[in-house]
Write a protein that binds this ligand. Sequence first.
Ligand SMILES: C[S@@+](CC[C@H](N)C(=O)[O-])C[C@H]1O[C@@H](n2cnc3c(N)ncnc32)[C@H](O)[C@@H]1O
Length: 182
Amino acid sequence: MGVLIFLFVILTVIIIVNVLAGSLLVGLVQTGGVPFVSTPKQDFDAILQAAEIRPGEKIYDLGCGKGNLLIRAVKKYGAQAVGYELALWPYVWARWKILLSGAKMEIHLADFFKADISQADVVFCYLMPHIVNKLRDKLKKELKPGSRVVCYAFKFRDWLPTREVITNDDNEELGKIFVYKI
Ligand SMILES: C[S@@+](CC[C@H](N)C(=O)[O-])C[C@H]1O[C@@H](n2cnc3c(N)ncnc32)[C@H](O)[C@@H]1O
């Protein structure tokens, strides 16, 4: 009996690990090679302050992962938040975290390239360089004047940031915040 329980536990763990790894792999393919990596929590305030987010303003996280930055924006800064996430596992995780936090926000399991972002005051993106640059035209076309785009780690080609904040000098990418005003 003990051996059976042991085998059952091992089998369950193997299945869970495979499902998680599989869904991350599928997510990677769906997103054109953008991995699910979270923004370090210690940079959340620097990002939201660089964005000059005000209570009631709408922040969109394009590729919101676990949704942690949006939860902070809602809870600490009184913002309204909208997240888009294409990969299933981070999306489910975000839903769970939102439920636990009690933050009121929207999150969509959808491709942000197909999203209507015209209501955003702030757009946040932590993506790969090739996707960030693909996104630039959509941002410039759809966002209203006065809105801000905040990129973490990677900046746009041929678009000068209005502000740069560096929280970590020791790393090439992490701790680099670029703000663009529309
Ligand atoms: C580097 S992670 C950043 C997660 C989160 N924004 C954060 O800062 O913690 C990028 C996320 O974007 C998602 N993503 C990439 N392309 C996407 C697309 N076209 N539509 C929706 N989500 C996308 C990926 O699945 C991944 O979870």
